[in-house]
Design a binder for this molecule. Structure first.
Ligand SMILES: Cc1cc2nc3c(=O)[nH]c(=O)nc-3n(C[C@H](O)[C@H](O)[C@H](O)COP(=O)(O)OP(=O)(O)OC[C@H]3O[C@@H](n4cnc5c(N)ncnc54)[C@H](O)[C@@H]3O)c2cc1C
Length: 166
């Protein structure tokens, strides 16, 4: 990362950002060309503590066609976006928190894991975990799982003069 002072390495901070963002931009490779699609997501961890990102959607469409051919993926997500002003153009900017990752994405067929994924999505999206899904609800959606292999996080705080003035 070129601006090292903006890197976030604290796992608790990273988890907070993962919980806050609500949607990500999923990057896929379609016959050598990039395809980026915004999607809501849910966060989970496997038994070894590795990050899993779950996605869900319709049972047809371009992203599914791509995923079946090429499991390489990347994603970015951002939250707490606050544009700020300055006296001259280059003092304008935007405060943000952001996570970026790469991994392998696969379609999940096992109904038990699909159920777990939908629970994770609802938990991340709403902060609540009381949702239940019947067999039909599970069967009519496709569920995708990203096994994350690299993750970085970055933030840009508001300039000190502005945050002091709040
Ligand atoms: C904030 C947000 C959250 C979303 N959350 C989800 C989610 O959780 N699950 C989900 O399945 N979908 C979600 N969507 C919709 C998603 O972005 C896609 O439109 C949808 O998943 C269909 O993707 P597809 O590859 O199957 O496209 P297809 O329906 O196969 O369409 C193919 C073509 O349509 C165009 N297209 C597709 N999507 C978009 C788009 N979003 N904007 C502009 N052009 C587009 C592109 O040209 C693409 O090549 C979300 C969208 C937004 C903005």
């Amino acid at each position: 990362m070129t601006r090292r002072e903006r890197e976030i390495t604290d796992p608790n901070e990273i988890n907070r950002i993962l919980d806050t963002c609500k949607y990500l931009h999923l990057g896929l490779v379609d016959e050598g060309k990039p395809y980026v699609v915004p999607m809501n997501y849910g966060i989970d961890h496997d038994a070894d503590g590795h990050l899993i990102v779950y996605l869900h959607g319709a049972n047809t469409g371009r992203k599914l066609d791509i995923i079946r051919k090429n499991s390489d993926c990347c994603f970015t997500m951002e939250c707490n976006i606050t544009p700020f002003e300055g006296k001259i153009a280059c003092q304008y900017g935007v405060a943000y928190e952001c996570v970026m990752g790469t991994g392998q994405i696969h379609l999940i067929d096992d109904p038990a894991e699909k159920d777990r994924a939908l629970q994770a999505i609802m938990k991340t999206q709403t902060g609540q975990d009381h949702f239940t899904f019947d067999e039909r609800m599970v069967s009519i959606v496709s569920v995708m799982r990203i096994d994350v292999d690299e993750l970085s996080a970055k933030h840009r705080p508001l300039p000190a003069a502005l945050s002091e003035g709040e």
